[in-house]
Design a protein around this ligand. Structure first.
Ligand SMILES: CC(C)(COP(=O)(O)OP(=O)(O)OC[C@H]1O[C@@H](n2cnc3c(N)ncnc32)[C@H](O)[C@@H]1OP(=O)(O)O)[C@@H](O)C(=O)NCCC(=O)NCCS
Length: 156
């Protein structure tokens, strides 16, 4: 029987699965894939939480966010390529927004490569606005570095 998307908190038992989702999602963009250790260290950092999204028992996406006082940051968000354009990224982002708001954040920041039109469209559709730029922020394999747009969502 088919099941709808299921969101759960990313646990320390799911580090390899999160790293696999990251690699699958970011390697095509030329960005370094996070290792299990990268995910473990982030998840163990103060204020950091992760969400795992599954469909029919299979991992399809994940996100990590950090809350510090009344500010939050989206550290990463990814949906595996074959599951895209079905609203799952939007669902993950909405869950992150709900979570950080409930934790006391009043603004949510993120960085996105200026040539990542898919992610920028997702963020813009959810009300994020560009508030700055970080030059040469993303180091890429066999490609020149890319600038990042800093985007912000004010949480009601
Ligand atoms: C960005 C990402 C998470 C979006 O996931 P998704 O599940 O495909 O997103 P959704 O289906 O929820 O799309 C929501 C909206 O985002 C925008 N969008 C998503 N993919 C898009 C694309 N390829 N082109 C243009 N707009 C796009 C659209 O506005 C879309 O709404 P619509 O389908 O009603 O038009 C996914 O493409 C991904 O994992 N990319 C690689 C990793 C990445 O770039 N992460 C963000 C780093 S800052």
């Amino acid at each position: 029987m088919a099941h709808g998307p299921v969101l759960s908190r990313l646990s320390a038992l799911e580090l390899d699965r999160a790293a696999a989702l990251h690699a699958e999602s970011f390697a095509p963009l030329g960005e370094r894939a996070w290792t299990r250790q990268d995910v473990a260290e982030l998840l163990a950092s103060p204020g950091v939480a992760g969400l795992l999204l599954q469909v029919d028992g299979c991992d399809v996406g994940f996100a990590l966010c950090r809350v510090a006082a009344d500010e939050a940051e989206l550290l990463t968000i990814a949906v595996r390529p074959e599951a895209r354009r079905r609203g799952l990224g939007r669902q993950l982002l909405a869950a992150v927004t709900d979570r950080v708001r409930a934790a006391g954040a009043r603004v949510l920041f993120l960085e996105v490569a200026v040539d990542n039109s898919a992610a920028q469209s997702l963020y813009a559709s959810q009300g994020f606005c560009v508030v700055g730029t970080r030059l040469a922020y993303y180091r890429r394999t066999n490609l020149p570095p890319a600038d990042a747009a800093i985007m912000r969502l004010v949480l009601e």
